[in-house]
Design a protein around this ligand. Structure first.
Ligand SMILES: Nc1[nH]c(=O)nc2c1ncn2[C@H]1C[C@H](O)[C@@H](COP(=O)(O)OP(=O)(O)OP(=O)(O)O)O1
Length: 172
């Protein structure tokens, strides 16, 4: 089974007049690999003996150039994606308001700050609208999502899911 991560950097922006505060999340439009052409958080597969939070920090740096201290990441979710009845990917989800630098595009990803109310769920993995809103509200989630008819996973059909909210997650 693949072990992977997703990272959702957050910021609050105030408009020129200082009146409107917009809460935003950094998404990427993925340019290659699984989920190509769709929006998601930065992230990818664990490498070597790195921890999930180290992986999330590294992938965010590689894909969009933000520097993130792995210890500053808050664990928000653990998602299992099953393909044709078998565990395909276990994904650790993190969020953070602590990072350095400005997002820049890479070969893998085009970054975009998006108001939390305008997340383009119709251009994302079909399961995202089920768990990402809660994660962006500060909740924790454990979920299982079943796909059928692959591989690859991103061409399979999303069939059903189970979700549990406000779960105490490990510190990894
Ligand atoms: N159903 C799903 N919903 C979702 O939101 N993200 C999913 C997903 N299934 C997989 N992912 C994400 C998790 C992880 O960040 C990424 C894994 O995709 P890939 O195997 O293509 O890895 P990448 O090519 O991005 O990583 P590296 O090769 O390690 O750079 O896709």
């Amino acid at each position: 089974m693949i072990e992977a991560t997703l990272c959702f950097p957050r910021r609050s922006r105030t408009d020129g007049s200082g009146n409107e505060r917009t809460d935003e999340v950094l998404l990427i439009e993925k340019r290659r690999g699984l989920g190509e052409g769709w929006y998601n958080g930065p992230g990818g597969k664990l490498e070597g003996d790195e921890t999930p939070r180290e992986c999330a920090g590294r992938e965010t740096r590689e894909e969009v150039g933000l520097e993130i201290d792995p210890e500053a990441l808050e664990k928000a979710g653990e998602l299992t994606f099953l393909l044709d009845g078998e565990a395909h990917t276990f994904c650790h989800v993190f969020r953070t308001r602590s990072f350095a630098g400005e997002p820049t595009a890479s070969e893998e990803a085009r970054p975009e700050w998006v108001p939390v109310e305008d997340v383009p769920y119709d251009r994302m993995w079909e399961d995202d609208h089920l768990w990402l809103p809660g994660v962006l509200e500060g909740k924790t989630v454990v979920g299982e999502f079943r796909f059928e008819g692959g591989p690859p996973l991103d061409e399979a059909e999303f069939v059903n899911h189970d979700l549990e909210w406000d779960v105490a997650l490990g510190t990894r």
